[in-house]
Ligand binder design. Structure first.
Ligand code: ADP
Length: 542
């Protein structure tokens, strides 16, 4: 007889389960979306893996099956996907592989009630949401390519069991023993409604099984393939929500079809909200690549990293269905698609930037990411620069480089900027005194990327960008409101004395016209890194 192994959950899982079950109670219906999405992903992965490995191909009639059993009070979700080995079960369902509970619970506390469900998706705790409706869950799985099957079981109370099991085909079967108050999930009409609501855009077939009869539940409409005129705003929004597990409204919806040299359909969204997981930590675009409707991968990097906030689908005819990972990296068709999609997104941003008010929300959410494009993408640099927005010493609203240039004083040759970590401190910085006094505008930069991109851009409309903390700026040709004061008597002696006293600390001490109210200011050398860059280098220990 087989032995049953008992294991404790990883330390964070217990707390996470508690949070998921209690904090998200009112949204518990989303458990079905989570389980169906996992099942569909597993089938996509099996299809993809079968192309390049010995894993057996996905059977043509493979489905996700959702089967309620009123007598047993169970709900079963099964798939013919890639499956999980014993180790996979322990790792995926017994620990929290990715972001920990702490980050999750902090975000959960901070989030508004209506935003909470999207946290589940974003933090990858999807499977555990099963415990919102079930007091016991068993998962029987057989990894494609393996003969043995294993069953994982838990009541969500601190431990789980693993035992050898059987499953005639690869895939995963999840049995939920429903809680006393979760009867509704035994009703076919309720399940049907949920699948339509959450999973209609999943292209893997989903069936609801009752009394041995199977009813197809999703239409698998590849919405992106339909003409725009046949799609309602609500359908776009629903799709947006399902594709990225989003709960907000998209700020921009881009839907187009390229024909001729290059054939693809794209349906892309710029989110209306910042994701809960800081996008700064992500690196890659997750836009999904489909070939003739079939999902291939979300790791094709269809957009550059500095557009990684864009979500959606690109579906092409120009690649074979059995495209491999190696091929994805080298095929010229994909490179052309990337270029076309990137250009289209940028032109949308350029157009929308003309509406200052409408653009502000986007900029505050994703502006710092876009700025990375200036130093990462020299081909696109010139197209990105006009879209950038800044705080400035001269205006209260966001402003762009073109507007800055239009406001430049006669004789002003450079675009001035000041970088610091602290937006508030910037406004009060003594570095600004001489510029304010002469009516010279200074861009105030406080995003962490701001230390890096101005140097890469170097010029805009032929005007060099100059950090005002760098030495060698001569303001004397601009009339000062405070009046040009001659250095007081004895200033030369004072400068010499300070220079002697600080000989080991600074390379020079000079009289400056950059100050009005303050007595001294630190300045960087003429050619080298500006003050913010020096601070960063010091922090990095260089
Ligand atoms: P996420 O899906 O966000 O990674 P989950 O908690 O939903 O988080 O699932 C954890 C992991 O368990 C998944 O990443 C996947 O590797 C595995 N998994 C879950 N369900 C299935 C399934 N039906 N078939 C195969 N693997 C699965």
């Amino acid at each position: 007889s087989e032995t049953v192994e008992r294991h404790e959950f990883g330390a964070e899982v217990g707390r996470l389960l508690d949070l998921v079950v209690h904090a998200l109670y009112s949204d518990r219906e989303i458990f079905l979306r989570e389980l169906v999405a996992n099942a569909a992903d597993a089938m996509d992965r099996r299809r993809f893996e079968a192309l390049t490995s010995a894993a057996s191909a996905l059977p043509p009639d493979a489905k996700v099956r959702i089967a309620p059993d009123k007598a047993a009070r169970t709900l079963t979700v099964s798939d013919a996907g890639i499956g999980m080995s014993k180790e996979d079960l322990a790792q995926n369902l017994g620990t929290i592989a990715r972001s920990g509970t702490r980050a999750f619970s902090q975000s959960l506390d901070a989030a508004k009630a209506e935003d909470r469900p999207s946290l589940i998706g974003q933090f990858g705790v999807g499977f555990y949401s099963a415990f919102m409706v079930a007091d016991r869950v068993s998962v029987t799985s057989r990894r494609a390519g393996a003969d043995e099957a294993w069953t994982w079981g838990s009541d969500g109370q601190g431990s789980y069991t693993l035992e050898a099991s059987e499953r005639p085909e690869p895939g995963t079967t999840i049995v939920l023993h429903l809680k006393a108050d979760a009867d509704e999930y035994l009703e076919t009409y309720r399940l049907d409604h949920l699948v339509r609501k959450w999973a209609d855009f999943i292209t893997v077939p989903i069936a609801i099984v009752q009394d041995g009869k199977e009813e197809s539940a999703n239409q698998g409409t590849a919405l992106w393939r339909k003409p725009k005129s046949e799609i309602t705003p609500e359908q776009y929004e629903e799709f947006y929500r399902s594709v990225g597990m989003n709960f907000d409204k998209p700020w921009a919806t881009l839907h187009w079809r390229a024909e001729g040299q290059l054939e693809f359909s794209a349906l892309l969204f710029v989110p209306g909200m910042k994701p809960f997981q800081p996008i700064e930590n992500e690196r890659q675009s997750k836009v999904r690549l489909h070939v003739r409707r079939m999902f291939i991968t979300d790791e094709a990097e269809l957009l550059p990293t500095w557009l990684r906030f864009v979500q959606g689908v690109v579906d092409t005819e120009d690649l074979p269905l059995n495209v491999s990972r190696e091929m994805l990296q080298s095929t010229p068709a994909l490179a052309r698609i990337r270029r076309a999609v990137t250009g289209r997104v940028l032109s949308e941003l350029t157009t929308r930037a003309k509406d200052a008010e409408g653009f502000q929300g986007f900029w505050e959410n994703f502006g710092p990411v876009l700025k990375e494009g200036i130093y990462e993408d020299h081909e696109r640099r010139a197209e990105i620069a006009p879209v950038l927005r800044f705080r400035s010493s001269a205006v209260d609203s966001w402003t762009g480089l073109s507007d800055y240039v239009a406001r430049m004083k006669d004789g002003q040759e450079a675009i001035y900027y000041l970088v610091s970590d602290d937006a508030e401190a910037l406004k009060a910085s003594p570095q600004l005194e001489g510029f304010r006094d002469r009516g010279l505008e200074v861009l105030l930069l406080s995003d962490h990327v701001d230390a890096f991109w101005p140097e890469s851009l170097s010029r805009f409309e032929d005007k060099p960008l100059r950090s005002i903390t760098q030495g060698g700026l001569d303001l004397s040709k601009f009339a000062s409101e405070a009046g040009e004061a001659e250095g007081p008597e004895g200033i030369d002696a004072l400068v010499a004395a300070i220079k002697a006293a600080l000989a080991d600390e600074v390379s020079d001490v000079r009289v400056t016209d950059r100050l009005v109210g303050s007595a001294v200011v630190l300045s960087a050398g003429t050619g080298g890194p500006d003050l913010q860059m020096q601070r960063l280098l010091r922090r990095a220990g260089r």
